[in-house]
Design a protein around this ligand. Sequence first.
Ligand SMILES: NC(=O)c1ccc[n+]([C@@H]2O[C@H](COP(=O)([O-])OP(=O)(O)OC[C@H]3O[C@@H](n4cnc5c(N)ncnc54)[C@H](OP(=O)(O)O)[C@@H]3O)[C@@H](O)[C@H]2O)c1
Length: 383
Amino acid sequence: MSFLSAGVASALSIRAPALAAGPGPRDGDAAAIVGTMTTPSSSAVPPPIRWGILATGRIAHAFATDLALVPDAELVAVGSRSITSAQRFVEAHRAEHPGAAVYGSYAELVADPTVDVVYVASPHSLHLEHTRLALEAGKHVLCEKPVTLTAADAEEMVALAREHDRFLMEAMWTACHPVIRALVTGLREGRFGTPRHLHAELGFVVERDPDDRMLDPALGASALLDMGIYPLTFAHLVLGEATSLQATADLSERSIDRDVAIAGRYPGGALATMTASITSWSSRTASIATDTGRIELSDFHHPTSATFTPYGGASTNDDSALESVVAIEGAEPVIGRGYGNEIVEVGSCLRAGLRESPLVPHAQTLTLMRQLDTVRAQVGVVF
Ligand SMILES: NC(=O)c1ccc[n+]([C@@H]2O[C@H](COP(=O)([O-])OP(=O)(O)OC[C@H]3O[C@@H](n4cnc5c(N)ncnc54)[C@H](OP(=O)(O)O)[C@@H]3O)[C@@H](O)[C@H]2O)c1
């Protein structure tokens, strides 16, 4: 059965034989808080969603590895600018994905009638062109983040998806992560108090060739676009839409932002500080101070641990007043590194005949793209 036709409505059954478990309670945890979002289940085993991967770089490998952990998803084709790269890619994943077709061009990949949905994993500056190619060929698309370089291009991409009546989703795996969903649900239900301050930072030292996409302005190099989109998305998910953003950055000799710091104001007067870097080893942590305690996350963009420490009426930071630390756990397992959960989300949406994901709606993607535009204008980077 093909998912090219709209309105295929069957519920998703998640079997989890090879799934990595999410973070469990730590020693001394008094309790575990679990997200309340549930996934529909069905006794009928749905036919697999058939994926094509467009581009064979680093993230495509990680994606293919997690795809193999999703039982009702199948890699049926891989397309590269070079047939040799496509063959090498398929060879590297042969054990997980036997029988994937190999194409030496993206055009041939999107023309493959067995492909339901194309995962666009090329550099940001080419996402619009490659997503257009897939949509025009009648394919649904999961497009890597950021979906484009500018909000105007992102609007064009969304319009194209509507015009062709295809599903389109930004590959914002953070929003699909079970622990992030549990955190957002818990905050909405008031279980962690009211957030007042949020801090999130992401960065690592990029030592690559000057023509690598992470350093080459022509391919969209930017700490903001590569890393900064995560703290901004995290703050958006947790605090709502920013009412103002103020940024400062250090630019490279090639005029790309290599370090950026952003201060944000959010509904209710909550404040956020967010950083991104391609020159330094960030902690990759996030913390949220609420009026009843403190939330802390490791690797916040795909949390490996998340806890809430209630302050139980204490009026100072006296640690003796702390109540037990509580683990924040997802309602579902984390699949692989977490890319598996976004793959499940795409499958769930396609089976329900949706054209956008409730977890990563177009409006959210466009809001974040406008925020990236705003920050870039403030720090003086022009594409
Ligand atoms: N979600 C995440 O966790 C995550 C992590 C890393 C990156 N990303 C995103 O994924 C995208 C790709 O990142 P990556 O780290 O995988 O990049 P990468 O390793 O540089 O791979 C990009 C691939 O794009 C293809 N490509 C097409 N035209 C190209 C050109 N002119 N120059 C260079 N490559 C070209 C190439 O594949 P072929 O040679 O096979 O055509 C290349 O291998 C970016 O938008 C990035 O933001 C997301």
